[in-house]
Design a protein around this ligand. Structure first.
Ligand code: S3P
Length: 432
């Protein structure tokens, strides 16, 4: 991960593009397909490094997974009892979703596994899933009492729990739902705000019954998954967000992004960009595997600062670095609060966003749970660094489209984690 990417100022962005498949949905399609009875064909799969880590881990547990094309994956499901003890480590690379959801599956699998990841994963808290999984009966050991990788898991019989999560986290919720499917009794999970609900939407397609209310989801154990045959993955709104941001801040732009997932638990960024004055048109075109899909058209806009907090935060948690870049071009102050979770993402995204944006001449203040950005500030060209974090890499690259002299992004290879083809897509738009 040493490549550098240079982005020069653009006169405008024009044209129509698509973005790679949704990362959250791609991970779930592979994992659910692996433990289901029957064969699942996934189209629109995200061929990014994180989702490839998920494929690799399940292959190591004996699941046959074929890739017909980059974005078409067939999983020969083995049922709950068909996974086998891996011969070597399960390496999740940089992927928090892989490790946390997979732990929910390993907890109920009667074998030993050793789970590792990269240096970013080693800093991310696992106690949020390890503690409730232990209460369900799983044996998990690891560094610092099991709070950090490497982790060793000996799965076995599980009992259900009622869990009140301190954080709104789809990874925690999905992990415990997967474990709960093999436990005896009813597993119930409550979260402070509703996090993304892709698991709740996809499990019923695999024949699972679950109950939901605003911030709570429950299911009874001893349920088998059976494949729906096909899962069609929409474009990732978190990737689209970088292009939307670019079109908003580069003058004379007008672009359309087709077939983007519009799940309401993910569209907070569209709400906040619109509150800032962004001209964004959304046309819902259908539903793919239980997820709303549509086209997003964006025109460059005069923007104003906004406040982003509370239940909006989980709906745009991954978009905060790019929201901060856009806020530098809005008149007035943008305040982001209630977002302390950003500190435990691929990097500490509060600190790293502030650090990289200051290099560009932005006026940014770090707070305990967010950022305060004063606009409008002209950005100046600079050398930035992704810090190995795909979304920081893309956020600084987009800043290059308006920064005097352009931006060079170090460790830009990280962008392939979620948006392979990012540079090519951006070039297509900047060349009309
Ligand atoms: C994800 C959930 C979010 C998000 C991550 C993907 C998922 O994390 O930041 O990129 O697929 O469940 P948390 O659930 O930990 O907030």
């Amino acid at each position: 991960m040493v490549e550098t990417l240079t982005i020069q100022p653009a006169a405008s962005l024009q044209g129509e593009v698509t973005v790679p498949g949704d990362k959250s949905i791609s991970h779930r399609a592979v994992m659910f397909g692996a433990v289901a009875q029957g064969t699942t064909r996934v189209t629109g799969f995200l061929p990014g490094a994180d989702c490839l880590s998920t494929i690799d881990c399940f292959r190591r547990m004996g699941v046959a997974i074929e890739r017909e094309e980059e974005t078409v994956v067939t999983i020969h499901g083995r049922g709950w009892n068909g996974l086998t003890e891996p011969d070597s480590f399960l390496d999740v690379g940089n992927s928090g979703t892989t490790i946390r959801l997979m732990l929910g599956i390993l907890a109920g699998s009667p074998f030993y596994s050793a789970v590792i990841g990269d240096e970013s994963i080693a800093r991310r808290p696992m106690d949020r899933v390890v503690e409730p999984l232990r209460r369900m009966g799983a044996q998990i050991e690891g560094r610092k009492g099991g709070s950090f990788t490497p982790l060793g898991v000996r799965g076995g019989n599980l009992s259900s729990i009622e869990h009140v999560s301190r954080v709104a986290s789809a990874q925690v919720k999905s992990c415990l739902l997967l474990a709960g499917l093999r436990a005896d009794g009813i597993t119930r999970i409550q979260e402070p705000y509703r996090s993304r609900d892709h698991t709740e939407r996809m499990l019923p397609a695999f024949g699972i019954e679950l109950q939901q209310s605003e911030n709570e989801v429950s299911l009874s154990g001893d349920q088998q998954l059976s494949s729906p045959g096909e899962v069609r993955v929409p474009g990732d709104i978190s990737s689209a967000a970088f292009l939307i941001a670019a079109a908003l801040i580069v003058p004379n732009s007008h672009i359309t992004i087709r077939n983007v997932g519009l799940n309401p638990t993910r569209t907070g960024i569209l709400d906040s960009f619109r509150e800032m004055g962004g001209a964004i048109e959304i046309v819902e075109t259908g539903e793919w595997s239980g997820e709303a899909v549509g086209d997003i058209t964006v025109t460059s806009s005069a923007l104003k600062g906004v406040e982003v907090k509370g239940d909006r935060i989980p709906r745009l948690i991954d978009e905060i670095p790019i929201l901060a870049v856009v806020a530098t071009q809005a008149n007035g102050r943008t305040v982001i609060r209630d977002a302390a979770e950003l500190k435990v993402k691929e990097t500490n995204r509060i600190a790293v966003t502030a650090q990289e944006m200051r290099r560009l001449g932005a006026v940014v203040e770090e707070t305990a749970d967010g950022l305060v950005i004063e606009g409008r500030t002209p950005l100046k060209g600079s050398h930035c660094n992704s810090h190995g974090d795909h979304r920081i890499g893309m956020a600084t690259a987009i800043a290059g489209l308006i920064a005097d002299g352009g931006v060079t992004v170090g460790r830009a290879g990280a962008i392939d984690i979620s948006f392979p083809g990012f540079e090519h897509t951006l070039h297509r738009l900047t060349n009309g």
